[in-house]
Write a protein that binds this ligand. Structure first.
Ligand code: ZN
Length: 162
């Protein structure tokens, strides 16, 4: 993408995945991305791997206590975390909906239907609450992986990134 003074020129490759095959850095970048995502999935800082990012279950610190990485750099940053949490909850409900369809198709009793419906209600209440902090650190990891080239995303001097 470049600007020639009058118009913005965007060139799209006709082989969008060619870089993944020919770029010698691709395996290193993929490994770094997986490391960030696995740290985020464990409620750890995606940049350095430090834990203790939550003062309470719903209260995340603004900056990593180890590497000073700022998690929410702008208003609405954690909208992505909401989408992850919502998707995870809906996926669980979809599985229970499949179970309910199976129960109905097999002529299940009213009790079996009530059990599945109750499980869906419990899932819809419990999963978003439980998954909340994980969704925030996972979103932070996705954001960092997408913006790893930005200056603010670079590790601070003296922090190895483990
Ligand atoms: Zn950190």
């Amino acid at each position: 993408m470049r600007f020639d003074g009058r118009r913005l020129i965007i060139r799209l490759s006709h082989r969008p995945y060619a870089d993944l095959v020919t770029n010698p850095e691709a395996p290193r970048v993929a490994a770094a991305t997986m490391r960030m995502l696995s740290r985020g999935a464990c409620r750890h800082c995606p940049r350095c791997g430090a834990g203790h990012l939550f003062a309470r279950w719903f209260r995340m610190v603004d900056q990593c206590p180890s590497c000073d990485y700022t998690f929410a750099r702008e208003d609405g940053f954690f909208l992505g975390a909401f989408v992850i949490n919502f998707g995870f909850t809906i996926a669980g409900l979809a599985i229970l909906m499949g179970v309910l369809i199976g129960v109905l198709a097999s002529g299940g009793s009213d009790r079996a239907i009530a059990v599945v419906a109750g499980a869906a209600a419990v899932e819809a209440l419990i999963v978003p609450v439980f998954f909340y902090p994980f969704s925030k650190t996972l979103w932070s990891a996705i954001d960092l992986a997408m913006h790893r080239g930005e200056t603010w995303a670079a590790p601070r001097a003296g922090v190895s990134g483990r």
